[in-house]
Design a protein. Structure first.
Length: 80
């Protein structure tokens, strides 16, 4: 399992959330994002929008699978 904490640089609108989900979906890994007590599947557009990622929040990206390190690195780059 690979994990990384990231401070969100820009809030995600619907288009950016869709790009985030598309990016997460291309990896062969289970990917989750958590902020405070809430945790979602990063491959779910509804979950990603519901998480309401805002500038300045700290998000934790967790991935488990064959491409977990790549997934965490690329998703962290989108948020940071």
């Amino acid at each position: 399992m690979t994990q990384k904490d990231v401070t969100i640089k820009n809030s995600l609108d619907a288009r950016q959330a869709a790009f985030f989900v598309q990016t997460a979906s291309k990896f062969n890994a289970e990917v989750q994002v958590s902020i405070e007590e809430r945790k979602i599947n990063a491959k779910s557009i509804m979950g990603t929008i519901a998480l309401n990622m805002q500038e300045g929040q700290v998000a934790t990206i967790l991935a488990d699978g064959a491409e977990e390190e790549l997934a965490v690195a690329e998703l962290a780059a989108i948020l940071a």
